[in-house]
Design a protein around this ligand. Sequence first.
Ligand SMILES: CC(C)(COP(=O)(O)OP(=O)(O)OC[C@H]1O[C@@H](n2cnc3c(N)ncnc32)[C@H](O)[C@@H]1OP(=O)(O)O)[C@@H](O)C(=O)NCCC(=O)NCCS
Length: 165
Amino acid sequence: MVPSTSECASYVAQKTFDNKPLVLRHMRLSDLKAVAQLEQEIFLSPWSMSSFHKELDNKISTTFVLLWHDLITGYTTFWIAADEVQILKIAVAPDFRQLGVAAWMLNTILQESRRLQAKIAFVEVRASNKNAIGFYKKNGFAVEGTRRDYYASPREDALLMQREL
Ligand SMILES: CC(C)(COP(=O)(O)OP(=O)(O)OC[C@H]1O[C@@H](n2cnc3c(N)ncnc32)[C@H](O)[C@@H]1OP(=O)(O)O)[C@@H](O)C(=O)NCCC(=O)NCCS
């Protein structure tokens, strides 16, 4: 059976930032527009709204959104299958970066993955994305290989990073 994350918990994690709650919860249909808009602002080759919609129907996929004062300020999509977790996205709106928010999201994913018996986590990152590479290294990931010309628009290699859980 495909494991599923705890969908019934509306809030996956919660903490305070600037005296207002910062909340991580499962993405809902009503979030799709805001998530796709943030995605457009952040990524070079962004996913469309329908790509995020498909993730909602994918049994191995989970997307959490990060809310601050009801504003979507980040999100993360990951797949858990067998004993592996594949992180597809972690994104934080520019005004909320360098505050430990992405590390908090990542730790929540890894906790959930351990709970579902995952043993190893993978992520692919554009070779030029120094922020993300630094972020994952700081959080225990190491570069294990390169996928040549993995990305389009612009064409670029991916670094494959992994860590044990
Ligand atoms: C990568 C990203 C998610 C990090 O989010 P964040 O909330 O700023 O990260 P945190 O505050 O939890 O962690 C900060 C650490 O990440 C790395 N980092 C993040 N931004 C950085 C920057 N502008 N310059 C250098 N290092 C950076 C550093 O290791 C930093 O630790 P340090 O400040 O002690 O050096 C964010 O920059 C982002 O959304 N980038 C665009 C989307 C993306 O590329 N996602 C990853 C691929 S899916």
